[in-house]
Structures are given as structure tokens and as C-alpha cells.
Design a binder for this molecule. Structure first.
Ligand code: HEC
Length: 161
């Protein structure tokens, strides 16, 4: 379908545009993890936003209870991680920065094309930039994406056993 083809070409182009705009402006979602958003206790609003994102984007693989048994899990070669045992696997410490990087995608084998864990940083930026074409739109999009991941990190922290 030519229409579909040009749609996906457009998407790829937009993602490229966003990444180069981010590079140009020095906006890097990962460096923002040290901003206030990831520090401090989670607010009820942050947890609620994250819960909605989790049910929409993550539960298919990780399961609604985050234990790694979502309906899509059996289709995958790599078993989705039990996200309630992140701290347990890390000697009892929940490292927010580390979890952030995994969700964003930079710290995942996904960036090397081998993992079945999607790269959410790029996806959230892509969603947030919408129809925007200005560098300012890319900045805002990067901030929004960072905030959504921050919220997800805090949500996962709240689920640790
Ligand atoms: C298509 C299936 C799939 C979806 C959807 C998915 N994940 Fe994953 N995830 C995985 C798999 C598989 C792993 C195992 C690690 C790997 O890929 O090497 C994983 C690993 C992780 C890890 C690392 C756990 C650890 O202790 O190392 C985190 C954190 C995580 N996912 C969070 C999320 C969040 C948050 C979402 C939603 C925004 C999400 N995942 C959506 C498949 C998925």
C-alpha cells in the first residue's frame, strides 16, 4: 500500500528529525534523570499516570501484576523480567537511575537489536512530538518522555517485594 508506505517513511523521518533536533539542542532524555523528576517520593498522580502507562504498554509482556507473565510472554524468546524483583536481584537496592536507563532503552540489548524489550524512550518522544516540527517541540517532547519514564520507575519501585 503506497499510503502505508509513505506513512511509515514519514514516521521514520520524523524520528530522525527528533533525534537530530535533540542532539543539536543538547537535550538528552537520559541526562535528565538527575533532574528533580526522578528524585524524591512519588506523588499519587505520578503513580496513577504510570499505572495507566504500565497497563497500556508493559502489561502485555510483563503482566498486569508485573511478574513477567503477560499474554505475550509465551511468544517471546527472552522471558520478560519479574519487575517486582528488581531490587531483590540487585542485592536489595532499587537503583532508580539504572531502571530508568533500562526502560529508556539505552541500557538494553535492544539498542543492539537482540532484545525483545522495546526501546520506550524513543517511542515516548515520538508520541509526544506529535505533529510538531520545531526544535522547541522536540525539547518539550523529550521532557514529557523523561517524565513518563520517571513515573514508571517510581511505580515499579512501589511494587518491589
Ligand atoms: C514485547 C514485550 C515487552 C514489553 C511490551 C515490555 N517489556 Fe520490559 N522486558 C521485556 C523482556 C523480554 C525483558 C528481559 C530483558 C531483556 O530484554 O534482555 C524486559 C526487561 C525489562 C526491565 C529490566 C528488568 C531488570 O531487572 O533487568 C525493565 C525495567 C522493564 N522491562 C520495564 C518495562 C516497562 C516499564 C515497559 C512498558 C513501558 C516494558 N518493560 C514493556 C519485554 C517487554
Amino acid at each position: 500500500m503506497p499510503a502505508n508506505l509513505s506513512m511509515s517513511a514519514l514516521r521514520v523521518w520524523r524520528l530522525l528529525l527528533v533525534s537530530s533536533a535533540l542532539a543539536l539542542t543538547g537535550v538528552q532524555p537520559v541526562s535528565a534523570t538527575t533532574e528533580a523528576g526522578l528524585a524524591g517520593p512519588a506523588t499519587p498522580e505520578e503513580l496513577e499516570t504510570a499505572r495507566e502507562d504500565f497497563m497500556t504498554y508493559c502489561s502485555g509482556c510483563h503482566g498486569e501484576d508485573a511478574r513477567g507473565r503477560g499474554p505475550v510472554a509465551i511468544e517471546l524468546k527472552t522471558k520478560p523480567a519479574d519487575l517486582t524483583a528488581i531490587a531483590q536481584r540487585n542485592g536489595g537496592t532499587f537503583d532508580r537511575e539504572q531502571v530508568y536507563k533500562k526502560i529508556e532503552g539505552l541500557d538494553m540489548p535492544a539498542s543492539h537489536g537482540t532484545s525483545e524489550m522495546p526501546v520506550w524512550g524513543a517511542w515516548f518522544v515520538h508520541q509526544a512530538v506529535g505533529e510538531g516540527v520545531l526544535i522547541e517541540d522536540a525539547r518539550t517532547a523529550a521532557k514529557e518522555a523523561t517524565q513518563r519514564i520517571n513515573n514508571l520507575v517510581k511505580y515499579l519501585e512501589s511494587l518491589q517485594k
